[in-house]
Write a protein that binds this ligand. Structure first.
Ligand SMILES: O=C(O)c1ccccc1NCC(=O)[C@H](O)[C@H](O)COP(=O)(O)O
Length: 261
C-alpha cells in the first residue's frame, strides 16, 4: 500500500467511529452550523499575494515540522500577516491535527478556514460546517466523478466552498463541476512525496478560466510565486515554510511583505 492508500484505509475506520459517536443530526445542531461563511475565492480574486497559510504539525513526508506552536497564536499571526485564508489539517494520525484545531482557529480569527482533510464521506462535510470551516478540500485522486459531483453539491448547499485538488489531467477531467470554485494543483506527488512546481505550470493551461487556480505544496520563496502568477495562479497554499519557524505568523508576514514589494 502507498501512503495515500494507508491514509484512506485508516480514514474509513475513523469516520465509521465518528459517525457512531456523534450522529449527523447532532452536528446539525452545532451553534456554528448556521453561521455566515466567508468566501476564500473572493479574497483570492482581490489579493495581490493570494497566500493560504497552513497549520501543519507534522506530515508523512517530513515527519515532525513543529509541535510547539499554538493554533490560536498561529491563526492570529496569519490574520495579522494579511493572508487570504488559513488551512487547518484535521487528520490526527498522519498530520497531528484535529477538529479541535479547526474550532480554535475559528474562535481566534475571521479568516476563511479550509478544512484540510481526506474527505471520503459526506459526514465529514457536515462535520466541517459544524466546526467552523468555510471551505473543504476534495482530492480527485481518492474520489470518483460521481462522488466529486455529489460532495461538491452538498458542500455548496451548506454554503461551503470547494477547493478541488488535482495531480494530473485525468484528475482534472473528472472534476469540472459548477459547484466547485477553486482548483488546486498539488505539486507533491502523494504516492512518492516528490515535489515539483512544474506540475502546476503544466496543468495551468488546461484549467478552465471559470475556476480560481491554486498552487499547493513545496512553495518556499516569493520568486516561485511570481513565476506561478504568470501561469494564472491566484492562490498559493503554504504549510511547512511557515510552520517550521518559531513564529509562523511573523514568517508569513515577512514573506507577504517581500512578495508585495
Ligand atoms: O505533506 C505531506 O507530506 C503529505 C503527504 C501525503 C498527503 C498529503 C500531504 N500533505 C498535504 C498537503 O497538501 C500540504 O500540507 C499542503 O499543500 C502544504 O504543503 P507544504 O507547503 O509543502 O507544507
Amino acid at each position: 500500500m502507498n501512503i495515500l492508500e494507508k491514509i484512506i484505509a485508516d480514514k474509513e475506520i475513523e469516520v465509521k467511529l465518528r459517525k457512531k459517536l456523534i450522529p449527523i443530526e447532532q452536528l446539525e445542531e452545532s451553534v456554528l452550523f448556521d453561521r455566515e461563511t466567508i468566501s476564500l475565492s473572493n479574497k483570492l480574486k482581490n489579493s495581490p499575494s493570494g497566500i493560504i497559510a497552513e497549520h501543519k504539525r507534522r506530515s508523512p513526508s517530513k515527519s515532525v515540522i513543529n509541535q510547539d506552536l499554538n493554533v490560536f497564536d498561529v491563526a492570529k499571526g496569519y490574520e495579522k500577516a494579511g493572508v487570504c485564508g488559513m488551512s487547518v489539517l484535521t487528520d490526527g494520525k498522519y498530520f497531528g491535527g484535529s477538529l479541535d484545531d479547526l474550532l480554535i482557529a475559528r474562535a481566534s480569527c475571521k479568516l476563511p478556514l479550509l478544512r484540510k482533510e481526506f474527505i471520503i464521506d459526506p459526514y465529514q462535510i457536515v462535520e466541517a460546517r459544524a466546526q467552523g470551516a468555510d471551505v473543504i478540500l476534495l482530492i480527485a485522486a481518492i474520489l470518483s466523478k460521481d462522488e466529486i459531483k455529489y460532495y461538491s453539491e452538498l458542500a455548496q448547499s451548506l454554503n461551503l466552498e470547494v477547493l478541488l485538488e488535482v495531480h494530473n489531467e485525468k484528475d482534472l477531467k473528472k472534476s469540472l463541476f459548477d459547484s466547485i470554485t477553486m482548483i488546486g494543483v498539488n505539486n507533491r506527488n502523494l504516492k512518492t512525496f516528490e515535489v515539483s512546481l512544474e506540475t502546476s505550470k503544466e496543468l495551468s493551461s488546461i484549467i478552465p478560466d471559470d475556476f480560481i487556480k491554486v498552487s499547493e505544496s513545496g512553495i518556499s520563496n516569493v520568486e516561485s510565486i511570481k513565476e506561478l502568477q504568470q501561469y494564472g495562479f491566484k492562490g498559493f497554499l503554504i504549510g511547512e515554510n511557515f510552520m517550521k519557524t518559531s513564529n509562523a505568523g511573523e514568517s508569513a508576514k515577512e514573506f507577504i511583505e517581500k512578495l508585495e514589494k
